[in-house]
Design a protein. Structure first.
Lengths: 190, 516
């Protein structure tokens, strides 16, 4: 017994508590993101994909459906160019989404993807996507937002339809407040 | 330096005496219990009839949020810490807590935390209104400005709990009287040792999750903001990684209290002491791997649903061991039913009902029906009110004669028990039915067909509230005076706390006792 024993033990326990705080803030979020990326949980799709030459499986056709929606008060008109496309796995395909800013102010939007079925998420590769960057539209401006993707030939046989949804967020205030001319962060999740 | 307490207010402000600090914790928690109870009565008064009668929906949401926060962090947790402060040194033959100054500090920051939390009710935009689970983005993007004060008050409560836990572990591991081996410790000490480790492991996670909220609100990070690449579901994972062990923090010490009381009034030693210890440790371990059963409907792969479902059901095994041991301790015992025993027996029965509804909720496919309905409210109130609150009440009646040197009024204690018992069952049992019928939780208005059951619930709630006034009156009267208690108080109770005089002198076990 004695004060030094108590002090030693208290220091150790305090270190344990500090460790748990670090774990919660700095380990759990990246761990969660990595876990979601690996498993395709929540339909999170990966970042930019470097195309590797692969045989196109022209015997198989997969329907890719596009869904566009706006988060709460986002006023932009946002819709897919075509609602659905039939593709062969392995083939690089282009698609567009149409966005129009009907307001009288310049705005910045950020699209966040989600894909169902979850198990298809890791087989859906985007070589180019407007969701990798924030989109700036001046007042009254409209734009065609490009998307280029490849459905992996290893996509499980049971999946015939993939639905890719984009939710458009108004990030104008966030950008002006915190990240002037900086659109680096969404890349990670893109 | 053997001396008595200082006089006046300084005694309480500067005290490092475990008994003084224990008493302050208990009185503070009782004040918070009444405050949180008043908020519950606002809720029940509004729900007495369908339609909006008394409060606006915004205020109703603030009431549900504050009721939950105050009861969890202000009433139940400090009450257990208070009992630990009073009883653990006396149970292990220690002169005081290991770190008495930190003990003073960990208590005295609590009133400030709750003053800050309570003050949000008077702020522009109102108090937090997003439920005690404060899911993002409801608690970040859509939250009232007072949320920042809520976050800081959570930080302070967390700091207080962590310091309390460190103190308890240091006391138990370093200050036991010679001969008091770990496996001779009373179960209340054992359950608190394990609870303290849970606190140190998860309170920082709670601090972490509110810190992430703070950064999302004020510093432009995107932990929980989908627009910036974050994920609101992450909030739920981090929160429940804290939240599930937290619910065991609120029940494990209760197991310890009940395991102390039942043997005294059954006049038999506790059945299966070591299995109780191992069951407590197993429950603590399992609490870390079941968190996602709170979020079955969030969209998990089937493997995840199955894992969390089975892991959750596994908890029924050690809990079943405990219930079996309590029942077996009572079996063929020479039982008498003084007030502490009444509360302890009601604990065993009603906590088991809460456990069963927990098993129903653990069934992932069925949970999709029950999720966020009053069935969930019924479940967790059945484990917390007759679980945590009844065990604390039982503990107070059991040890009050030792603390004050006076016997409480037995008749009034029994009146308190029966009012509380009837009141709580009237309040919470009908909630099972309205929940199964589909009444959602956290709503100020409801469909007509739920009116009858809600009226019964509201009447029960006011009855339960009235019972607590009887309790307060009884305790105050016992503190003021009354029939003198003997040193043993009860019929041959076990434990070192009964070897000291009643009332327990200001300093006990300045020389360590001999432990057989």
């Amino acid at each position: 017994m004695g004060l030094s024993d108590n002090a030693k033990l208290a220091t150790k326990l305090l270190a344990l508590a500090a460790g748990m705080l670090v774990f919660a803030i700095f380990v759990m979020p990246p761990l969660y993101n990595a876990f979601c990326e690996i498993t395709g949980l929540n339909g999170k799709t990966g970042g930019r994909y470097e195309a590797v030459p692969a045989a196109v499986d022209s015997d198989r056709t997969v329907t890719v459906q596009f869904v566009a929606s706006n988060n709460e008060n986002m006023p932009w008109h946002f819709k897919p160019g075509r609602v659905s496309i039939k593709v062969h796995p392995g083939e690089e395909t282009n698609a567009v989404f149409l966005a129009y800013n009907p307001t009288d102010r310049d705005m910045v939007g950020q699209a966040i993807p989600s894909l169902v079925p979850f198990k298809a998420a890791e087989y859906f590769h985007k070589t180019e996507c407007f969701c990798f960057n924030q989109q700036t539209l001046k007042a009254g401006e409209s734009a065609e937002l490009p998307l280029r993707f490849i459905v992996d030939p290893d996509l499980p046989r049971s999946v015939n339809t993939i639905t890719l949804s984009y939710t458009l967020f108004d990030v104008t205030e966030r950008v002006s407040a915190h990240f002037d001319n900086n659109n680096a962060d969404p890349q990670r999740e893109g | 330096m053997a001396h008595g307490p200082q006089s006046g207010f300084k005694r309480w402000l500067f005290t490092t005496n475990h008994k003084d600090i224990g008493s302050m914790y208990l009185w503070f928690s009782f004040a918070m219990f009444l405050l949180g109870g008043c908020m519950a009565l606002v809720i029940r008064a509004e729900l007495f009839e369908p339609g909006l009668q008394i409060v606006q929906p915004e205020f109703f949401n603030q009431m549900t949020t504050m009721h939950g926060l105050i009861m969890v962090f202000g009433a139940v947790m400090p009450a257990f810490v208070g009992l630990a402060n009073w009883m653990i040194p006396m149970m292990i033959g220690a002169p005081d807590m290991a770190l008495p100054r930190m003990n003073n500090w960990s208590f005295w920051i609590l009133p400030f935390a709750f003053a800050m939390l309570f003050s949000t009710l008077f702020m522009e935009g109102g108090a937090p209104n997003f439920g005690w689970t404060f899911y993002a983005p409801l608690s970040t993007e859509y939250a009232p400005p007072s949320t920042t004060f809520f976050i800081f008050s959570i930080h302070i409560m967390g700091a207080s709990s962590i310091m309390g836990a460190i103190n308890i572990i240091a006391t138990i591991l370093n200050m036991r009287a010679p001969g008091m081996t770990l496996m001779k410790m009373p179960l209340f000490v054992w359950t608190w040792l394990i609870t303290a480790y849970l606190l140190i492991a998860v309170m920082p996670v709670l601090a972490g999750v509110v810190t992430m909220m703070l950064m999302d609100i004020h510093f432009g990070t995107s932990f929980f903001n989908a627009a910036g690449g974050g994920d609101p579901v992450l909030f739920q994972h981090v929160f429940w990684f804290f939240g599930h062990p937290e619910v065991y923090i609120m029940i494990l010490p209760a197991f310890g209290i009940v395991s102390t009381i039942i043997p005294t009034f059954a006049r038999k030693p506790l059945f299966g002491y070591s299995s109780m210890v191992y069951a407590t440790a197993s429950i603590a371990f399992l609490s870390f791997i079941v968190w996602a059963h709170h979020m079955f409907t969030v969209g998990m792969p089937i493997a995840g649903e199955l894992f969390f479902m089975y892991a959750t059901m596994l908890i029924a095994v050690p809990t079943g061991v405990k219930v079996f041991n309590w029942v077996t301790t009572m079996f063929r015992g020479a039982m008498t039913f003084e007030t502490p025993m009444l509360f302890a027996v009601a604990f065993v029965i009603l906590f088991t009902i809460g456990g069963f509804s927990g098993l129903m909720l653990a069934i992932a496919p069925a949970d999709f029906q029950y999720h966020d309905t009053y069935f969930v409210v019924a479940h967790f109130h059945y484990v917390l009110v007759p679980g945590a609150i009844f065990s604390i009440t039982a503990g107070v009646y059991y040890w009050l004669p030792k603390w004050t040197g006076n016997m409480y009024n037995e008749t009034m204690g029994k009146v308190h028990f029966w009012l509380a018992f009837i009141g709580l069952n009237l309040t919470f049992f009908p909630m099972h039915f309205v929940g199964l019928a589909g009444m959602p939780r956290r709503i100020p208005d409801y469909a007509l067909q739920f009116a009858d059951f809600n009226q019964i619930s509201s009447i029960g709630a006011f009855l339960f509230g009235a019972a607590q006034i009887v309790f307060l009156f009884n305790v105050v009267r016992t503190v003021m005076g009354g029939k003198k208690a003997t040193d043993e108080v009860w019929d041959n109770p076990q434990g070192l706390e009964w070897t000291v005089p009643s009332p327990a002198p200001y300093h006990t076990f300045s020389t360590p006792p001999a432990v057989r």
